[in-house]
Design a protein around this ligand. Structure first.
Ligand code: PDD
Length: 294
């Protein structure tokens, strides 16, 4: 029986060596992911049935795994094979996102202390995504600022996302799309995104460090800027810089580059997406096309 892609119950997933429909895929209650949020993840965009920036995502996965002492169960080629197969068996998966989660595995008893010999639990899902259309994006979104109350190791893409969940939910409850997080007077990132500002035609994003997730989209934008001789600084952004910016953007694998047109109660720039955003989104789309063709 062929099932249309997009039914979250019947789409196929990868779980520990098998490809069951999601509804049949089961994990033990003794899994440390369930008990402690002890695991890491990745979200990889799929355009026209092809995973985008896959090697970059798998490299970041390796960094997250190393940081929490979980052994990578697969080599690069194995990951590529699993992901390609999953896209193929989910007939119709064209615009989608791969969700990949590795937990430390199943333990015998609940204990904070872990063994380094555990067999990790590996889950990969392929879910439909509606990437933002040019039209939707040109309306821009509202964002609010909030204190960053997360832990000190935000460079790890941990499945332990409760602070991010609460920060994002708070934004949505305020009729905003995202919370922009401030730590010690400096802008770090969004609850589910990285951040760029533009001031006097200069693009700026905070430097990478332990307090933020080094986004693949962020890195790509910096690369695209360099290739096109557009200045993009990796430099601290104070809360004042943010409020004084001509443009503010949020970036992530599933939302790409989103212009913020309202920040708290105020318009950003003229209250419409600015010229630099228009330039970068065109360059980003062109880069995507060239990579997917090649
Ligand atoms: N998250 N910062 C945080 C806290 C994020 O959760 C994300 C994306 C990013 C952007 O990273 P990237 O460009 O590699 O997607 C930055 C994903 C999409 C998620 O959790 O669903």
């Amino acid at each position: 029986m062929q099932v249309k892609f997009g039914n979250s119950m019947s789409d196929f997933v990868y779980l520990n060596g098998k490809y069951p429909p999601a509804i049949e895929a089961q994990v033990s209650i003794l899994d440390r992911g369930f008990m402690f949020g002890d695991g890491v993840y990745e979200v990889i965009p799929v355009y026209s049935g092809k995973a985008f920036a896959l090697e970059e995502h798998l490299e970041r996965l390796q960094q997250s795994l190393d940081a929490v002492e979980i052994k990578n169960p697969f080599a690069l080629a194995d990951w590529q094979g699993i992901i390609q197969h999953l896209i193929e068996i989910n007939t119709g998966a064209q615009d989608a996102a791969i969700y990949l989660q590795i937990t430390r595995g199943v333990m015998e008893k609940r204990d904070h202390v872990y063994s380094r010999e555990m067999t990790p639990t590996v889950l990969v899902m392929c879910r439909p995504v509606e990437f933002p259309s040019q039209d939707k994006n040109t309306r821009g979104v509202k964002a609010i600022t909030q204190e960053d109350n997360r832990w000190g190791d935000c460079h790890i893409k941990s499945i332990n996302l409760l602070p991010n969940v609460l920060l994002k939910q708070y934004a949505v409850d305020q009729k905003a799309a995202e919370s922009i997080l401030i730590r010690n007077g400096y802008v770090i990132e969004g609850s589910v995104s990285n951040l760029f500002i533009v001031k006097n035609d200069t693009i700026r994003t905070p430097p990478k460090g332990r307090n933020m997730l080094g986004g693949i989209t962020r890195d790509l934008i910096i690369k695209i800027c360099a290739k096109n001789k557009i200045v993009a600084q990796e430099k601290l952004i104070s809360e004042d810089d943010l409020h004084d910016a001509d443009e503010v953007w949020l970036t992530s694998s599933t939302k790409e580059i989103v212009p913020v047109t309202t920040l708290n109660q105020h318009k950003v720039g003229g209250g419409v997406p600015g010229p630099k955003w228009h330039q970068l989104i065109d360059l980003y789309q062109a880069y995507k096309q060239s990579v997917m063709r090649g």
